[in-house]
Design a protein around this ligand. Structure first.
Ligand SMILES: C[S@@+](CC[C@H](N)C(=O)[O-])C[C@H]1O[C@@H](n2cnc3c(N)ncnc32)[C@H](O)[C@@H]1O
Length: 311
């Protein structure tokens, strides 16, 4: 899998996948769920969070454990590069995060840990991005006998995934069908090469492209923000010049391509009911003594699926 879009995302210093929407870590039912899981840990145990991102769940573990008298070693791994620092975390959590043993460039399909190493393996909106055939075997290998794995995974019908899919189709249209960023970049390049600040033909072409996109998604907020992201640097053309407008347009295009790629990853990762049955069956086949699933809900309805495996 191409990890660049995840590397770029985590490099911005977010603690959760929801960026500015959840800037200080997960809250509500998700947080309560993980706190409960970590509450049951014994002294001197080792835990591993896979597909950890910037370590949101591992940080909840560190927080919870710091409030007990237990000595627990926390490991957290991701296929992407995990950022050294995260922004907007409370100072105490930032300090606690330093106690986590992070492993970047570490896919779930190949874990650099010895067998029977961990008392608990966790993952939230993570392990389902991996190849289950390989990752389940790895989780089984590194877990101690009798220990559990708890995964909260995306479900294709959840209130997180379903609306994101309409967002993905708007990105798809903006980037691939209308190519609105390329149209704006092309327009500025014409101005840069001709040295003429107005070019009627190029300007009519750009307006048509943007209007066609706007008409298809009339009234949609994401569509309006994408257009605003293009309009904003272009309005400043006279003040900042073609080179800087081009740089800003290219950087925004890259950001939105990355957001689109993350949404497509989510779409491919999300489980349907047949996938869940298959994962549970595969887990039992590998040797887990029990494998169960439960819908995970909050006030918005279904937000994921909880898989609980015991070795
Ligand atoms: C939606 S994010 C979830 C991050 C974090 N668990 C959270 O809840 O905020 C998915 C993460 O899975 C990681 N990922 C994708 N494929 C992976 C794999 N095969 N092994 C490990 N991590 C993977 C991505 O790099 C990304 O950080």
């Amino acid at each position: 899998m191409n990890q660049k879009h995840w590397n770029d995302f985590w490099n911005q210093g977010f603690i959760t996948t929801f960026g500015e929407t959840l800037p200080t870590n997960y809250t509500g039912n998700l947080r309560n769920f993980w706190e409960e899981v970590f509450l049951s840990l014994e002294n001197h145990c080792k835990i591993l969070d896979v597909a950890t991102g910037n370590g949101a769940i591992a940080s909840i573990a560190a927080d919870k454990i710091s409030r007990s008298n237990k000595d627990v070693s926390i490991y957290a791994a991701d296929a992407a590069v995990i950022s050294e620092s995260v922004k907007q975390l409370p100072l105490k959590t930032k300090e606690l995060r330093k106690s986590i043993n992070f492993f970047s460039n570490t896919p779930c399909e190949s874990l650099p840990f010895s067998q029977e190493h961990f008392d608990l393996v966790t993952s939230q909106f993570g392990i389902e991005y991996s190849d289950w055939n390989l990752s389940l075997k790895e989780i089984f290998r590194v877990l101690k006998t009798g220990a559990s794995a708890h995964f909260v995974c995306h479900h294709e019908k959840s209130s997180i995934v379903a609306p994101s899919m309409s967002e993905a189709s708007i990105y798809e249209s903006a980037m691939k069908k209308y190519r609105i960023f390329d149209a704006a970049i092309g327009f500025i390049q014409i101005i840069a090469t001709t040295g003429c600040p107005t070019n009627q033909q190029a300007s009519t072409q750009l307006n048509k492209t943007i209007n066609d996109f706007r008409l298809e998604f009339s009234g949609n907020q994401l569509c309006s923000s994408l257009i605003a992201e293009i309009a904003e640097p272009m309005k400043r053309l006279r003040a900042i010049g073609t080179e800087r407008v081009l740089t800003q347009l290219k950087s925004r295009k890259a950001e939105f391509e990355s957001a689109h790629a993350r949404l497509l990853d989510m779409k491919n990762a999300a489980l349907n009911d047949t996938d869940i049955k298959n994962v549970l069956a595969k887990s039992r086949e590998i040797g887990f003594s029990s494998a169960d699933s439960l819908n995970f809900n909050n006030q918005l309805g279904l937000i994921g699926i909880h898989l609980h495996l015991v070795k």
